[in-house]
Design a protein around this ligand. Structure first.
Ligand SMILES: Nc1ncnc2c1ncn2[C@@H]1O[C@H](COP(=O)(O)OP(=O)(O)O)[C@@H](O)[C@H]1O
Ligand SMILES: [Mg+2]
Length: 318
């Protein structure tokens, strides 16, 4: 394929996940960036007509801008693989691994990256063993503050920071609204950073880490998608050697999980400069307030160029 050949690209956005609106905004941005370089872009919702359409029209590549379930859990990717359509981002197996926060933590910890101590509890455990006895056991082993979160999902939905033990039951109920399995994790005090990773053939490259400072104290759904509610610093205000350790942790996590093309790794850096892995996202948000576009800009790259490079990498890898 010639370097500047116009490609037929299908951007998938929307879907039925809890992050539908975020996905529509991500998809619009990706489409704009690709169109600015002359590519022919069709933005589609995943629906009953999609797979037939892809089989018929055979686009050069699909850009799945779908957050949450089906987009990030690997299901849609599996079908694209079966249909033989090249797509941007991680393969089915890697996406499924990263989608499960407990599984991802285990794999990344084995690669030598610190991740906060946690316990993973399916909803049924409470029914079987009784909520009080389960929570008593947890609270005997873990001290507050804790973070309770659904085992998968994004945009901080269903995530609660528990500062007094009495709030734990309510936090569990909130997490179970989003997933049947929840994670209770030690809260790491420190600087929150998020590292975008690009990986188009020559190994993973960490972009400048973005420091997240929510003005209201927590990086909630609202703080994420309303401009002005969170302050970002790119690169993060950390010592050079700590920045280096953060980038190394992010690329190690990306590699350990077997991710491809792009990812974003969320970490907290404690007072000793140790980066703690929270999770890796196979489809980072690319909205106007999202982290990855800021990291791309800070690295001196053009957004459209990066999205097109990823599309070309997907075709090359297919
Ligand atoms: N162990 C933790 N220690 C401190 N803060 C945490 C921890 N886990 C999550 N958080 C906070 O909650 C937010 C959402 O958690 P995360 O695991 O990244 O889920 P999501 O997929 O919703 O982004 C993080 O951005 C961070 O602000
Ligand atoms: Mg996160």
């Amino acid at each position: 394929m010639a370097e500047n050949e116009a490609l037929d690209i299908v951007v998938l956005a929307g879907g039925i996940s809890h992050e539908r609106d975020v996905s529509l905004r991500t998809g619009r941005r990706v489409a704009d960036g690709l169109q600015s370089l002359g590519h022919r872009v069709t933005v589609l919702e995943p629906d009953g007509a999609l797979l037939g359409y892809l089989r018929e029209s055979r686009p050069d590549v699909v850009w799945p801008a779908l957050h949450g379930s089906s987009g990030e859990d690997g299901a849609l990717r599996a079908l694209l693989e079966l249909a033989g359509v090249p797509f941007v981002g991680s393969t089915t197996d890697a996406a499924r691994l990263a989608w499960s926060k407990p599984a991802a933590k285990t794999v990344v910890a084995r690669a030598g990256v610190s991740t906060p101590a946690s316990v993973t509890l399916p909803k049924e455990t409470f029914r079987e063993l009784g909520a009080n006895s389960v929570l008593d056991t947890v609270l005997a082993a873990f001290e507050v503050p804790l973070v309770v979160k659904p085992a998968h999902g994004g945009s901080a939905q269903g995530v609660t920071i528990v500062t007094v033990a009495g709030e734990l039951p309510r936090a569990m109920v909130d997490a179970y609204t989003y997933a049947d399995v929840a994670l209770i994790e030690r809260k790491v005090e420190g600087v929150e950073v998020s590292v975008a990773v690009l990986d188009t053939g020559d190994g993973p490259v960490a972009l400048p880490p973005v420091e997240i400072e929510p003005l209201e104290g927590a990086y909630t759904f609202d703080a994420r998608y309303n401009a002005g509610e969170t302050r970002f610093y790119v690169p993060a205000r950390l010592e050079p050697e700590v920045l280096h350790a953060v980038c190394a942790a992010a690329t190690a996590a990306h590699s350990a999980l077997g991710l491809r093309h792009l990812s974003r790794v969320d970490l907290i850096v404690d007072a000793d400069g140790v980066p703690w892995f929270l999770e890796a996202n196979v489809l980072p948000g690319l909205t106007e307030t999202s982290i990855m576009p800021q990291a791309i800009a800070a690295s001196g790259r053009d957004l459209g160029d990066v999205y097109a490079t990823l599309a070309a990498a997907a075709i090359a890898d297919a």
